[in-house]
Ligand binder design. Structure first.
Ligand code: B3K
Ligand code: ZN
Length: 882
């Protein structure tokens, strides 16, 4: 395994390659432990590069069995084949030449799941970010674009299917039990987009006719027998293709588009040109086995990978520092797609919940980094929620600042200017400056400054002058490597909600710029006035979450309740409800810690119950309103000396008060929303299930008995309802016979479906309290657990560490030690997976002293581990650094 060299890569060191790669011809002779790869690479020396400059190719754990220059062996004195590079000297000065490299690989024993590996007897590749160098020596960087021809030879009986990027050229039997297939991809691409899949799989087929009338063959490959479970993914793919034509004017560009679902995969999916490879979790769905959330994820990820064809593949990154160029933009595109397919407001609420739950803690902790970082040690550790989700928010802000038409014009210019290129964030931003005439220099700080800005605001109303004055301040907190920050350009959508509930959207402001309803906050502190305001308003700021900031607004409980009642921007209405709840939960936690009784504002309960019962609102929104901030949300808000047990207790008490007050309403909702026909996965039906299940949770709390959840479990005809009932039972009544029975039934019923068993692991891994660690350890020994499969590891160990605050943060620190041991073990096989799990400890410093000390000791145990991978040592060192 590649151990850490400690080398840090800096953006400022970027320079072009000395040699230009013109063409790539690859031949794979596949064998589980002895695959032969022949790579023929045509290069020429770039103009101006000295004649004695060597060719330096990247490599990782390679066994080279042959090396030719223009079909002649290369003298041993002219090359060095090392652990991370192949250096070749004495190459032609001005004519193109061919390097032919032969390597021997063992896909079967490749447990890192990077490069060429085997999963369920299928050969499969993962090359992003630096996996291609595990296949052959190569200029493995995203700015080296070339046209690839790929020949695959394999045993016909076990690998009847031979796939690679581009269009199929042809294939035939070879008379010895083997066969071959040839693929040609006419679009120049970087090596990270290369893919090969070979094996025996079933297929779902369809076609798509593009806007210009070309027919594209669509194929989704899955394990035999799973074909019926791939039809939703196919439908999502066709909707994505149409949407990208209609909204972004982007058409597909090959004769065939393929998706392969595999069961061992380090991430969600991969956008290889024409041949996307997916974690099967994000392809397979039917009502019996998939939840509404699974359906929504499949739709979003199918779209995301498809959208990469233009934002990522046709236009790619110059270097890995530019990762957000493709990821942030493509997340923004998939968010917009889902918003158009579903409810825009509910989608936005879910996005913001996820951003705050995952990106805000990253931005506020030891792993904080800019959306466009300037240094890294292990690039795999930068596929972060900052690059993805904050990157998407930055793209959204460009659209907010420019407005829909100019944003579209900027995107069109980007596609026109940079098609076929590997570019930078500066190139991207320049397109929007060009179409709008706006200077985006200050705005671009969003790419460069890490940390979540804090915006503090206070409003005053002068009735005599009918003037509302808003005083704003911004502060960007220090982050690792960035002690001081410049003020940012923050677009804040706003409205004034008047006393009678009507909404005034001011058309003018003094002391700042207002475009439409967007106020531009550009100074450290800024005071603006709105005139002609006829009654005392409540300001609604950052409507639709127009900027990813923390907002501190001096507001009374009555003002919050006013917004929760009258805001017409549904995101902002939800935000007001959520703010009320969060405040109560934080205060409640303080009471628990001081031993005082909890007091709960009746206004909060009333506001939640009014929203839950408001039939003019869609059920999915009402369910979001009832979903209290999570324990982690509360911990983040408290920020220091966090006691997860106190948070848990306060949250339970507040839930109980809501449940008691709304008991009848919840019972009525539960009855009213009972399914009336066969299951359909559409957003409206999913919303009704979400609200009904939310009502069920509160009812179970009010009744304090497992009976109703056990009944719901037995009656469920779909996975959403079944797993909700099971989780409710497990979390509240883990020792009840009903729970044991339900867990056993579930396991027996789905024992042969690993993806469903992941839900069974997760439901148990999140049971709160001190017993959780013993339960997780016992589950590790369950025959259905497989430590080699990333989905299993994430669902059991990952869910425990990330999503069980009381169980994981047990005061004696034993769960931290458990995680440390697991990470050291996993790291030997799969460093990427280990490093990702370790990020669950990034907020350790905000814990109360006792727990923080124990967390630190566990982190030190990891740091002291022998032969740590670059991935884990990078994360552990940054996490420990003060
Ligand atoms: N581009 C891939 C992620 C690759 C992660 C490499 N460690 C999937 C995606 O974002 O679409
Ligand atoms: Zn992506």
């Amino acid at each position: 395994m590649r151990t850490d060299t400690g080398e840090i890569i800096h953006l400022e060191d970027y320079r072009e390659t000395d040699f230009v790669l013109e063409r790539v011809d690859l031949t794979f002779e596949l064998d589980p432990t002895d695959t032969k790869v022949e790579a023929r690479l045509i290069f020429h020396r770039r103009a101006g590069v000295p004649a004695d400059a060597p060719l330096v190719l990247d490599g990782d754990e390679l066994t080279m069995t042959g090396l030719l220059l223009d079909q002649e062996p290369i003298a041993a004195s002219d090359y060095e084949a090392g652990a991370t590079a192949l250096i070749i000297r004495n190459l032609p000065e001005s004519v193109p030449f061919e390097i032919c490299i032969t390597t021997a690989l063992s896909p079967q024993t490749n447990t890192q799941l990077m490069g060429l590996y085997r999963t369920n007897n299928v050969y499969c590749t993962q090359c992003e970010a630096e996996g291609f160098r595990r296949i052959t020596y190569f200029p493995d960087r995203p700015d080296v674009l070339a046209v690839y021809t790929v020949n695959i030879i394999a045993d016909k009986a076990t690998a009847p299917l031979l796939l690679s990027n581009g269009n199929f050229l042809g294939g035939a039997g070879m008379g010895d039990g083997r066969h071959f297939a040839a693929w040609f991809d006419p679009h120049p691409k970087p090596s990270y987009l290369f893919a090969l899949v070979a094996g025996d799989l079933g297929v779902v087929e369809d076609t798509f006719t593009t806007a210009s009338g070309r027919e594209v063959a669509l194929k989704i490959y899955v394990e035999h027998g799973n074909e019926p479970r791939a039809t939703y993914a196919m439908d999502a793919l066709k909707r994505s293709m149409r949407w990208d034509e209609e909204v972004f004017g982007r058409e597909y560009d090959l004769d065939i588009f393929m998706i392969v679902a595999v069961s061992d995969f380090n991430m969600g999916a991969m956008e290889n040109k024409g041949l996307n490879v997916f974690n099967d979790k994000y392809v397979l769905a039917d009502p019996e086995t998939a939840t509404d959330q699974d359906y929504a994820n499949i739709e979003a990820i199918i779209a995301h990978e498809y959208f990469h064809n233009w934002t990522g593949n046709r236009i790619t990154c110059r270097d890995w520092f530019q990762l957000c160029l493709k990821e942030g933009l493509t997340v923004y595109r998939d968010h917009e797609f889902s918003a158009d397919q579903r409810s825009r407001a509910v989608k936005r609420i879910a996005e913001v919940r996820m951003l705050k739950a995952e990106q805000f803690p990253e931005d506020g902790g030891p792993l904080a980094h800019p959306v466009r970082p300037t240094r890294y040690r292990e690039i795999n550790n930068f596929y972060t929620t900052t690059v993805y989700e904050k990157g998407s928010e930055v793209t959204r802000m460009i659209a907010t600042l420019l407005g829909r038409d100019l944003f579209k014009a900027g995107m069109d210019l980007y596609f026109e200017r940079h098609d076929g290129q590997a570019v930078t964030i500066e190139d991207f931003v320049a397109c929007f400056e060009a179409v709008s005439g706006r200077d985006l220099t200050q705005f671009a700080l969003w790419y460069h400054q890490a940390g979540t800005p804090l915006v503090s605001a206070s409003g005053t109303y002068d009735a005599a002058r009918q003037r509302f004055t808003l005083a704003l301040e911004q502060m960007v907190p220090p982050t690792p490597g960035q002690p001081t920050k410049e003020p940012m350009h923050i677009p804040l959508r706003l409205a004034l909600v008047l006393e009678d509930g009507s909404i005034a959207t001011p058309s003018a402001v003094t002391g700042g710029e207002l475009t439409g309803d967007v106020l531009h906050l550009t100074e450290r502190s800024q005071t603006v006035h709105f005139d002609g305001i006829s009654s005392r308003p409540v300001i609604s700021l950052n409507r639709d979450f127009s900027a990813p900031v923390n907002l501190h607004l001096e507001r009374s409980a009555a003002e919050r309740a006013h917004l929760a009642r009258y805001e017409t921007d549904l995101f902002a209405r939800w935000q007001a409800l959520n703010d009320m709840a969060l405040l109560a939960l934080v205060e409640g936690t303080a009471s628990v810690r001081t031993g005082e009784p909890l007091t709960i504002e009746p206004a909060l309960i009333e506001a939640l119950l009014v929203a839950a019962g408001d039939e003019t609102l869609e059920p999915a929104f009402r369910a979001q309103a009832l979903a209290l901030p999570s324990e982690s949300d509360i911990a983040r808000e408290i920020g220091r000396q966090v006691d997860p047990d106190a948070i848990f207790s306060a949250r339970q008490q507040i839930m109980a008060a809501i449940a008691e007050a709304g008991r009848e309403q919840f019972a009525a909702l539960f009855e009213q929303l009972a399914p009336s026909g066969p299951f359909t996965p559409d957003a409206a039906s999913a919303g009704r299930r979400a609200l009904r299940n939310s009502a069920l949770t509160y009812l179970v709390v009010a009744e304090n008995s497992p009976a109703r959840a056990a009944k719901a479990f037995a009656a469920a005809d779909n996975m959403t309802d079944r797993i909700h009932a099971l989780t409710t039972l497990a979390h509240r009544f883990h020792d009840a016979p009903e729970t044991t029975q339900a867990l056993d039934d579930f396991k027996t019923r789905f024992a042969d479906n690993a993806l469903v068993i992941d839900k069974w692991f997760a439901a148990q891994a999140t049971i709160p309290g001190n017993g959780a660690l013993a339960r997780v350890k016992a589950l590790l020994a369950d025959p259905l657990f497989n430590p080699l499969n990333p989905n299993r590891v994430r669902s059991l160990i990952g869910t425990f560490a990330f999503s069980n605050p009381t169980g994981f943060n047990r005061p004696d620190g034993e769960a931290y030690r458990f995680l440390a041991a697991e990470i050291l073990d996993i790291d030997r096989r799969n460093p990427q997976l280990a490093a990702r799990l370790l990020t669950s400890m990034r907020s350790w410093r905000s814990l109360e002293d006792g727990r923080a000390e124990r967390a630190k000791l566990a982190l030190k145990e990891i740091a002291a581990g022998a032969k740590l991978s670059a991935d884990v040592s990078d994360i552990v060192e940054r996490t420990l650094k003060s």
